[in-house]
Design a protein around this ligand. Sequence first.
Ligand SMILES: *Cc1c(COP(=O)(O)O)cnc(C)c1O
Length: 372
Amino acid sequence: MRQIPYATQWIDREDIASVVKVLKSDYLTQGPAVELFEKTVAEYCGAKYAVAVSNGTAALHIACLAAGLGKGDEGITSPITFAASSNAMLYCGAKPVFADVDQKTICIDPKEVKKKISKKTKVVIPVHFAGHPCDMKEIKAIAEKHNLLVIEDAAHALGAKYYGTKIGSCKYSDMTVLSFHPVKHIATGEGGMVLTNNNKLYEKLKMLRTHGITRETSSSPGGWYYEMQMLGFNYRLTDIQSALGISQMKKLSCFLKRRREIAQKYNDAFSEVDGIKIFPEKKGMRSAWHLYVIGVADRRRVFIALREKGILVNVHYIPVYRQPYYRENGYKGTCPRAEIYYEQAISIPMYPKMTDKEVNYVIDAIIGIVNE
Ligand SMILES: *Cc1c(COP(=O)(O)O)cnc(C)c1O
């Protein structure tokens, strides 16, 4: 039986040719493809600057460091996210604080963010869950009032729009982080990026990506000279990966269109079915539909039955504070709306390469199982 994954990449001949071209060129890393990839994504999103890095987690890490997050500080994020959003704060020695989600969008609720602010809070990391934008105007207003930096985790949201503004433009934030893992909108194998409009943050991000080293020094004894001015990392993306990214970006609008079509088919099929909860777009929002999540009362049974039919459903996410590592480090509380969501959530297949036949197969299987 053929299996239908919950997500997968779409690589074509053009992508392969683009990578092969770099393999035959002078630069495998730190060359022109990286710069072109950064320029392409920055222009698409409407941001001034972009820094490509080895993965989305590294992007979150250097964004937190550039924001000045350190020991004794706190950062606020959503519990319904991949562990990377809060782990990045832990890497900096800071403490993640979880604020509950909005029950309709499963994005962080600005009112809950407000409640979690303390004297130690330095950053907020809203996660555009499943590709649906967070309430950025509210989050920006809160951040300005309390002098916090905003780092958007847009790993799910390349191509999403918030009241006509592309996510990634950083209109309502200081930095935006992307991931190019194969389940995300475009694939580079592993890859990530930080977008910003702030020149100071940009310069810092570039240094943090490469050991904290710069050649732009106030004085220089000669052409060999460089300085390590802070402790950075090797978080570079290769030209091989960037070539794939550049080629994938040409197809992004087609990918997004197909994701919307599939979401529409699912919405139409499930909106009238008792026992299936859906999470449609809010007015003014354009989701990038990274995930399509349904809520069912009998999640365990439905999950098992779908997997038995070769439909490789998944759950996004177990609330992060439930993870043993977090529990062992003192996370006792829960977020009630995140808990209710988690008990019912199943991510069903959603990827541009999915055929109508596969979509219909998934729809029929779900409705059949839920009605059993
Ligand atoms: C995928 C993802 C990341 C991390 O990206 P990687 O490229 O896998 O490191 C961060 N946050 C969210 C919400 C993600 O889905």
